[in-house]
Design a protein around this ligand. Structure first.
Ligand SMILES: Nc1ncnc2c1ncn2[C@@H]1O[C@H](COP(=O)(O)OP(=O)(O)OP(=O)(O)O)[C@@H](O)[C@H]1O
Ligand SMILES: [Mg+2]
Length: 264
């Protein structure tokens, strides 16, 4: 099967004054459809830079990024914006919520871009907020919520339009450990049942070891890209989710309602 995300000799050089920082150096990487992929590595190794290139948020200095058969590194800004709205979801460490909109309005935003009617948008946004344990905050503004709550709104917003690929830069960095687990659990369910591909940067080894693939970045290069066998990852998932309520088997049944307009 062809990978859903692929890079060819990806390179990113930042100019800082007279100095040049090689943040990524000839990265060749492939991620399969439906994989839950974690990117790990030391601070400054190039994880966020890589994620931003894969998600089309920044242009590479050299090299190519493909999502499916689309070379996103060759798209214009307008084409990229349209492609991102149609197919990709993002969870940022700094939330990026719109300050004048309520939690529900923020979550509903990606559906607006997809032309979903208002009643359906708000219904799906509330459902996603409920999944994040935040229905009681649906009408709150971002400033009226804690950091962890805002992060969960950002996650609900990434999930609501059922994108094919979701990129997340340390999405659990501001969450307590139980909430982190619940968020990871929901992501793993989505990757399993809806074949959503996840690329998540994390500093937390106990989360990374639950992934299908672990990519380690060192000094702007891929040091390793390891696919974990089922037994190993199931063991780590059982350990991590042992004190959680509900079904621990990630292969268990789960359902998610999707608006017709968001399916593609
Ligand atoms: N906009 C920028 N301008 C100049 N240098 C940058 C820029 N963004 C990143 N860098 C540099 O590129 C390198 C990789 O940065 P990056 O943010 O990708 O690291 P990271 O692995 O995500 O680190 P962390 O775990 O601390 O988030 C670092 O040396 C950083 O200083
Ligand atoms: Mg980073």
């Amino acid at each position: 099967m062809a990978p859903i995300i692929r890079t060819e000799k990806l390179r990113k050089v930042y100019a800082v004054g007279k100095e040049r920082v090689v943040a990524l150096n000839d990265v060749d990487l492939a991620i399969e459809k439906g994989e839950f992929c974690c990117i790990v590595g030391q601070s400054g190794s190039g994880k966020s830079t890589l994620l931003n290139m894969l998600a089309g948020l920044e242009k590479p200095t050299r090299g190519k990024v493909f999502i499916g058969k689309h070379e996103i590194s060759a798209m214009t800004e307008t084409e990229l914006a349209r492609f991102r709205q149609a197919h990709l979801g993002f969870i940022f460490q700094s939330y990026n919520l719109l300050p004048t909109m309520t939690a529900a309005e923020n979550v509903a935003l990606p559906l607006l871009f997809k032309g979903v009617d208002k009643a359906t948008r708000m219904r799906l946004a509330r459902k996603e907020l409920k999944n994040m344990g935040l229905l009681g905050r649906a009408n709150h503004l971002p400033t009226e919520m804690s950091g962890g709550q805002q992060q969960r709104v950002g996650i609900a917003r990434a999930f609501v339009s059922s994108p094919k690929v979701i990129f997340a830069d340390e999405p659990t960095g501001n969450l307590d450990s139980m909430t982190s687990k619940q968020v990871l659990y929901r992501m793993l369910e989505m990757s399993k049942h809806q074949k959503v591909t996840f690329v998540m940067v994390t500093h937390e080894p106990e989360l990374a070891q639950c992934a299908d693939r672990i990519v380690t970045i060192l000094d702007g290069k891929v040091q390793s890209s390891v696919v974990q066998d089922d037994e190993t990852k199931q063991k780590y998932r059982d350990e991590l989710f042992a004190d959680m309520d509900g079904n621990l088997d990630i292969g268990g049944a789960a359902s998610k309602e999707t608006p017709a307009a968001a399916q593609s």
